[in-house]
Design a protein around this ligand. Structure first.
Ligand code: SF4
Length: 488
């Protein structure tokens, strides 16, 4: 097959650049699929952690597979998706387990299955096809659109449910129906063919199994050659739009600094601290100091503006930070109070001052537009305040995304603001800032698609399949959603 050799060669090159790869022979083989390209997959701590959980089980080997960068070339040359470790098509594995981070990765899952000759609809698969299991961050909000494509969906934290599931595979070898019937009785496992759209609650792993740590380091990840380790799990705060708020999974679980620092491999030169609210760790400065004073670079997945101190920002600068990134999410003080964000202007002003003082080149602020009740006056306040920040720090960038209401949050079912309205607000923002601060918006069109999936059901999942089959353009999505009864 033309292109197959190059594909395998590229896989071998990626493997050769990695440290920590598990190449294991075992009776039970799982293709661990990430429905986005390699560089994204390898920056996902959850994906890496499950790779470790599976490969630590006796008699089980997990091999990774990812969405190809150039899927059309694969399709043209009829190349299936191969596992990286074994270079075997994923259709030849008994189990394909996918980690899905968010709604817009669903087409990537369908693409990988289809390229590999696996029918995308669970109902069309036979006993000779792999079992398709999904899990990952999407299960914390709304995995229902995944239902038509998966045999099992593991809800929430999977450190315990994955080993249990594998043990059941063994026990029910040869009888898929009996296996699914047993799994359907397990809390935290959603079996769409048994439960329909009644999704169980997310599972919570025992504290002793924390922290998650990355197994593989590679220069080809978005977080290049970075060792990832969890500092906290969950969040103690209650932002009303956020799926990781305290009510989702019992609040914040804090990892002991000794466990974090002691788990960093000698060879790691860059360390990423991961968690929904890392700077809420009560001993965050001590942890960052430990990393920086060992001569390593540091990264933090979530900096809360109200938790920044002179010492912490100074340590981040010493640890290689060039951009200080915080989120304020609501455009105005009124909207931030409405979403219970508890980040106020004074916190952001201090962030700008600290970024300037410690020589960080950019202050980046994440923001949402399109919150319920948002008016032009809120955007005008954002303009006024951003100009104030830009007087303190010469380079301010706003990362702006449209608000998407998520299940399992107090703002669930809040309406979509509308593509036109969001675009007009973005234009007002750009004009108001007149080049004095950068506006980096994510697509409002894809925000709409994300909204439909976030609020959707199994029929929305089928619309996603139609849109993906029709080429995946925005026009294809509009048509597919309308045909399945979702008007814009
Ligand atoms: S937005 Fe951040 S601080 Fe707020 S609940 Fe979510 S994770 Fe916690």
């Amino acid at each position: 097959m033309s292109g197959t050799w190059e594909t395998l060669e590229r896989g071998r090159e990626l493997l050769a650049a990695e440290t920590g790869t598990a190449c294991k022979e075992a009776e039970v083989r799982v293709a661990l699929l990430y429905p986005s390209p390699y560089r994204v997959a390898m920056s996902s701590l959850g994906y890496q952690a499950i790779y470790g959980v599976l490969n630590d089980l006796p008699g089980v080997a997990a091999d990774r597979a990812v969405l190809p960068e150039d899927t059309s070339a694969y399709r043209r040359s009829r190349i299936p998706v191969f596992s990286l470790e074994r270079q075997e098509p994923i259709g030849q594995y008994p189990v394909v387990a996918a980690s899905v981070a968010y709604e817009l990765e669903i087409p990537g899952l369908l693409e990988c299955l289809d390229l590999s000759g696996i029918p995308v609809l669970a109902a069309e698969r036979e006993a000779t096809h792999p079992l398709v299991i999904a899990g990952g961050p999407l299960t914390f909000s709304n995995p229902v659109p995944l239902g038509p494509f998966c045999d099992i969906i593991l809800m929430g934290e999977a450190e315990e449910s994955v080993p249990w599931l594998i043990s059941q595979l063994w026990e029910h070898e040869g009888s898929r129906d009996a296996f699914l019937a047993t799994v359907a009785k397990h809390s935290g496992a959603w079996v769409p063919s048994v439960h329909g759209e009644a999704v169980p609650k997310v599972a919570m792993a025992s504290r002793e199994l924390l922290p998650a740590r990355s197994r593989i380091m590679t220069p080809h990840a978005e977080l290049s050659s970075m060792f990832l380790t969890e500092a906290v799990r969950g969040c103690s705060r209650g932002c009303t739009y956020c799926v990781m708020r305290r009510s989702t999974n019992g609040g914040m679980r804090v990892i002991d600094p000794g466990k974090i620092l002691g788990g960093i491999p000698e060879a790691a030169r860059r360390v990423g601290l991961v968690g929904a609210s890392v700077t809420d760790h009560p001993r965050i400065a001590e942890i960052v100091r430990g990393i920086v004073e060992s001569g390593r670079e540091v990264g933090i997945s979530s900096l809360r503006a109200d938790r920044l101190s002179d010492e912490l920002v100074g340590l981040l600068a010493r640890g290689g930070y060039r951009t200080l990134t915080v989120a304020s999410d609501g455009a105005s003080e009124r909207l931030r109070a409405f979403i219970e964000r508890k980040t106020y202007e004074r916190h952001l002003l201090r962030a700008a001052e600290l970024a300037k003082k410690h020589g960080l080149t950019t202050l980046k602020i994440y923001m949402m537009v399109g919150l319920p009740g948002e008016e032009e006056a809120d955007i005008d306040e954002l303009v006024r305040f951003t100009l104030e920040l830009a007087r303190i720090h010469p380079r301010v960038a706003l990362g702006v995304s449209p608000f998407v209401a998520k299940r399992n949050t107090p703002l669930d079912r809040a309406p979509w603001d509308g593509i036109g309205r969001i675009e007009r607000k973005l234009e007002r923002l750009r004009l108001g800032l007149k080049g004095r601060a950068t506006v980096r918006p994510t697509s409002s069109r894809w925000g709409f698609v994300e909204y439909m999936l976030a609020q959707g059901d199994m029929a929305t999942g089928l619309a996603a399949m139609d849109a993906w089959r029709a080429g995946g353009s925005f026009a294809a999505w509009k048509k597919a959603l309308a045909a399945r009864g979702h008007a814009m």
